[in-house]
Ligand binder design. Structure first.
Ligand code: ADP
Ligand code: MG
Length: 282
């Protein structure tokens, strides 16, 4: 039925039975599929080569996404099984994450601080793991955070991430990317930025959203929103605890030099409550 290539003769679909559309992104469509021989559920992200061949930089983005995702093995990061290609498309076969987007959950109702903390601890565990391997996500937001059947968080969508090896010689990243509301102030000033620090900023925006149910920096006018981000102008709702407000002010410090680091996050009073470091195998 819903075969993404519109072509049943494709060898790929001998191995996978492709089902419903799970979601759409800027460049990709993601389908549910089943491995016919093992019965395992997978998600297949389909990227049209036509859409990306226009610019060679995007093709190199795809290659980058592949090599990055293959190197990552962590309980809170979506696992890539294999990469397949047809004449017109590239297919990323990965873990199927059953619970959908964290975004959909928080859009229904804001979370309690305890629930936010649990998701946030899992997010930081994944982000810290990536950073220690020179991988920055650069597009962390609730739409790219999925929840599995046990209520555990899985970071997905490494389409915009960069490896430290590709950083320009001044040690800073230069591409303008990410999603407006989650973008760090130093990206807006276009002076170059540190991938770890912008991820921490986005985590701060995510934490605010989980607890508030809405964005910290928002305006129908994009320039006005950027101005708020640039100035670090946000207000906490009255239900935020003092410890949460203090923690947020460290995550959303406009000066990247003053912003909290992942190591410091692990020692923050709001964050560390009940934190258990996850164990995993390489
Ligand atoms: P894009 O790079 O185009 O943003 P994503 O990788 O973010 O694409 O995928 C788009 C959407 O598809 C996600 O927001 C999510 O709803 C769904 N999705 C992506 N990966 C999975 C997965 N492994 N399991 C379940 N749903 C997924
Ligand atoms: Mg996405």
């Amino acid at each position: 039925q819903n075969v993404p290539d519109g072509n049943n003769n494709n060898a790929l679909f001998g191995k996978y039975e492709v089902g419903r559309l799970l979601g759409c992104g800027a460049f990709a469509k993601v389908y549910h599929a089943r491995n016919v021989s093992t019965g395992q559920s997978v998600a297949i992200k389909v990227i049209s080569k036509k859409k990306i061949s226009a610019t060679t930089s995007l093709m190199s983005n795809i290659k980058r996404e592949i090599s990055i995702m293959r190197r990552l093995n962590h309980p809170h990061i979506v696992k890539l099984h294999e990469v397949l290609a047809s004449k017109t498309k590239i297919y990323f076969v990965m873990d199927f994450v059953k619970g959908g987007e964290l975004f959909a959950k928080v859009a229904k109702a804001r979370f309690t601080e305890d629930l936010s903390r649990r998701y946030f601890q899992q997010l930081i565990s994944a982000v810290g793991y990536c950073h220690s391997r020179g991988v920055f996500h650069r597009d962390l937001k609730p739409e790219n955070l999925l929840v599995d059947e046990n209520g555990n968080l899985k970071v997905s969508d490494f389409g915009l991430s960069a490896v430290r090896g590709q950083v320009r010689h001044d040690g800073l990243l230069h591409t303008l990317c990410g999603t407006p509301a989650y973008v760090a102030p130093e990206i807006l000033s276009k002076k170059g930025y540190d991938g770890a620090k912008v991820d921490v900023w986005s985590c701060g925006v995510v934490l605010y959203v989980l607890n508030a149910g809405y964005l910290p920096f928002n305006d129908p006018n994009l320039m006005a929103m950027y101005k708020k981000i640039y100035k670090g102008e946000y207000r906490c709702p009255k239900w935020f605890s003092l410890d949460l407000k203090r923690f947020l002010s460290r995550l959303l410090a406009t000066d990247p030099e003053k912003r909290i680091t992942v190591d410091e996050i692990l020692r923050d009073p709001w964050f560390k409550k009940g934190y258990k470091e996850v164990s995993f195998y390489e």
